[in-house]
Write a protein that binds this ligand. Structure first.
Ligand code: CA
Length: 188
């Protein structure tokens, strides 16, 4: 099955009020500031930069599309001065129908890293079908979206998120954040 994640604007803002993300508004091509990774054990991936993705505000947006297994990701890792940060973004998440052996997930993932770049856990704002087997834990918070296929503004208070939902992550150890437009499918 297929998944798509589209983001028009992503901002990670701390007390200094500057966006820590490079090209978070995607007004430059996504090879400015963003990395792409894909794993195609089946099907294909597509990364798109366009001003005609139906976005609610003028300008460009980026889209990550994956058909069948396994995943496609557009991501950016930045050093952070602490966790008093707010992440805001406008996104549209969409999935095709799934089955018990081929289920898709579209997600906007925030990965928390230590100074060495080792993952400490993540928060995922995600859209999944009934067959998805992902589970939350004290280092992984799964947040269901309620607006599939529709452009929606999202906001995540990082300090609040860690203290309320991720007790397995010590905020003092979070030195980097990865934001990840992530399209996934488990099946072939
Ligand atoms: Ca834009």
């Amino acid at each position: 099955m297929r998944t798509i994640v589209i983001v028009v604007l992503a901002a990670l803002v701390g007390l200094a009020s500057a966006n820590l993300l490079v090209n978070g508004d995607f007004e430059q091509p996504f090879d400015v500031g963003w990395d792409t990774i894909s794993s195609n054990t089946a099907g294909s991936d597509t990364f798109t930069w366009s001003d005609t993705l139906g976005q609610p505000s003028p300008g460009h947006a980026a889209a990550v599309y994956k058909y069948l297994a396994h995943h496609a990701s557009m991501n950016q890792t930045v050093e952070v001065p602490g966790v008093n940060l707010t992440l805001t973004f406008d996104a549209r998440l969409q999935i095709g129908g799934g089955s018990s052996t081929c289920w898709p997930v579209a997600a906007f993932v925030v990965r928390y890293l230590d100074a060495a770049g080792t993952s400490l856990g993540n928060s995922q704002i995600y859209l999944h079908d009934q067959y998805c087997t992902w589970a939350g834990s004290d280092t992984q918070n799964l947040i269901d979206i309620t607006t599939p296929g529709v452009w929606t503004p999202f906001s995540l208070d990082i300090a609040d998120e860690l203290s309320k939902h991720l007790p397995g992550i010590d905020p003092a150890n979070v030195k980097k954040l990865t934001v990840d437009l992530y399209s996934y499918d488990n099946g072939t």
